[in-house]
Design a protein around this ligand. Structure first.
Ligand SMILES: Cc1ncc(COP(=O)(O)O)c(C=O)c1O
Length: 389
C-alpha cells in the first residue's frame, strides 16, 4: 500500500485474504461464521473473486473471470474513485465538505458518488446524454448532482463541462483519464490480487479492455514484471479501433486536444472513449500487451448473455466483450492453457441498453405454455385471469 494511504486516521486498510468474507463465500462452509464488521463501506473495495467458467470454456482450456462487480458499487471503478480521493486528501487538495467532480459514462460517477458520501464530500458528475438513465438515478440516489451534456459533444463534451465547472467554482476534478492515482491503485491492488490468486499456477493469458486504461496500465505493469510468460491481450471495440489505427492522439499536456479520428460510437459502455486517454498511453508506451484484439458489439452482447444464462456470471457488456476476446484467444491457445478475463461491472447496470433488447417483460410462448400446463393462477393475454381452478 502506498505510504500516503496509511497516513490518515481513517485511511483505507486492505483486508487480508483470509479475513475477507468474500473468499469465505466461495467455500462450502457457512459464510456467516466468517462474517466481519467493517468500519466503512470503503473497506470492502477490492479483493474481488476469480471464478472458473464451467460450461463456456473449450475442452482442454481453463478460463477464469475476475468479477469486479463484487465491489460495493458493483464495478472496477470503486478502486479508482477511492484511490483518487485518498491521494487528493493526502496531498491536501480536498477536505470533507468540498465538492468533487468527474466526467463519466457512469461507473466512475457511481463510484465517486459512493466514496464522496462515505467520506463527507459533495459530488457533481457530468455525463453525456446517451448513457443509461438508471446510472444517473443511482448517482442521484448516492447524493450526487448529475449534469447531463449533449450527445453531439460526445465524451469530450462531458469532460470539457467538468473542467469548466471546476474552474468556475474552485471544485476538485478527479481526472480519471489523466491521474497517476488510477493505474497506481491497480498496480497496488488488482495486479497483486491476480499474482496471489495464480501463485504457483499457470496463467498463460490475461485479457482486459480499456476505458481509462487504468486496469491495463496498472495491473498489466505488475503482471509483465512478475509473470513475464503471461501474454497480455488488450481488447478494443471494432467500431472504435483507436489503437488499431496506429494514429497518435493529439494532446494538450495530459488531456486530449481533439476526438480521435478512428472513433465511432459503440455500445460497449465504459470502454474506449473518443480519445486515447493519457493513463492508457502510458501502458501503450511501455508495450505491455502482446496482442490487440477487436471485438464487435454483437459478440460482446451475446457473450454477456451467455455468461449470465450458462454460467450465472452477471456482468455487463464490457465483461461480455472481454470474455468474447478470451474465447477467441482460447480457440487458438494450446491445450492446457489458462486464461483470465476481467469482468468490470454488473449486468444490472444495463437494463435500458441493447444488452436487454431481447429480454421481454411479458411471458413468451414457452412461458405461456408452462403457465397453461397446470389449471390455477393463469394470466393469459386477452383472457380473464384464472385464480384457483
Ligand atoms: C463498464 C466498464 N468496463 C471497463 C472499464 C475499463 O476500465 P479502465 O478504466 O480501468 O480501463 C470501465 C471503466 O471505464 C467500465 O466502466
Amino acid at each position: 500500500m502506498p505510504a500516503l494511504m496509511s497516513s490518515f486516521a481513517t485511511a483505507w486498510k486492505p483486508v487480508s485474504r483470509a479475513a475477507n468474507p468474500r473468499h469465505a463465500r466461495t467455500s462450502r462452509s457457512n459464510p456467516r461464521v466468517n462474517a466481519r464488521v467493517y468500519d466503512s463501506v470503503l473497506d470492502t473495495i477490492g479483493e474481488t473473486p476469480v471464478v472458473k467458467l464451467q460450461r463456456m470454456a473449450p475442452d482442454g482450456i481453463d478460463m477464469y473471470a475476475k468479477l469486479e462487480y463484487f465491489n460495493p458499487l458493483s464495478s472496477v471503478k470503486d478502486r479508482l474513485a477511492l484511490s483518487i480521493v485518498l491521494e487528493a486528501e493526502a496531498a491536501g487538495l480536498i477536505k470533507p465538505g468540498d465538492t468533487i467532480v468527474e466526467a463519466t459514462s457512469g461507473n466512475t460517477g457511481i463510484a465517486v458518488a459512493m466514496v464522496a458520501a462515505a467520506r463527507g464530500y459533495k459530488c457533481v458528475i457530468t455525463m453525456a446524454e446517451p448513457f443509461s438513465v438508471e446510472r444517473r438515478k443511482v448517482m442521484r440516489m448516492l447524493g450526487a448532482k448529475v449534469i447531463v451534456t449533449p450527445k453531439a459533444g460526445k465524451g469530450t463534451g462531458m469532460v470539457r463541462k467538468a473542467e469548466e465547472l471546476c474552474e468556475e467554482h474552485g471544485w476538485f476534478l478527479c481526472s480519471q483519464f489523466e491521474t497517476d492515482a488510477n493505474a497506481r491503485f491497480h498496480a497496488s491492488t488488482t495486479g497483486p490480487e491476480i499474482l496471489r490468486d495464480f501463485a504457483g499456477k499457470r496463467l498463460d493469458y490475461w485479457v482486459t479492455g480499456y476505458g481509462t486504461g487504468g486496469t491495463y496500465a496498472g495491473a498489466g505493469k505488475v503482471l509483465k514484471v512478475a509473470r513475464p510468460e503471461t501474454k497480455i491481450i488488450l481488447a478494443e471495440p471494432e467500431a472504435a479501433g483507436l489503437i488499431a489505427s496506429g494514429i497518435e492522439q493529439e494532446r494538450n499536456g495530459r488531456s486530449h486536444a481533439v476526438s480521435h479520428p478512428a472513433f465511432t460510437p459503440h455500445p460497449i459502455q465504459g470502454w474506449t472513449p473518443d480519445f486515447i486517454p493519457y493513463v492508457l498511453s502510458e501502458g501503450l508506451d511501455a508495450n505491455l500487451h502482446d496482442e490487440l484484439v477487436p471485438v464487435t458489439a454483437e459478440e460482446a452482447i451475446s457473450t454477456a448473455s451467455r455468461l449470465a444464462a450458462e454460467e450465472g456470471i452477471f456482468t455487463g457488456i464490457s465483461g461480455g466483450a472481454t470474455v468474447a476476446v478470451a474465447l477467441k484467444t482460447a480457440a487458438k491457445a494450446e491445450k492446457g492453457s489458462v486464461i483470465l478475463a476481467m469482468c468490470p461491472d454488473t449486468s444490472e447496470r444495463y437494463l435500458s441498453t441493447p444488452l436487454y433488447a431481447t429480454i421481454e417483460a411479458d411471458m413468451n410462448e414457452e412461458e405461456l405454455e408452462i403457465a397453461k400446463s397446470t389449471p390455477s393462477y393463469q394470466l393469459l393475454p386477452g383472457e380473464d385471469p384464472v385464480l384457483a381452478a
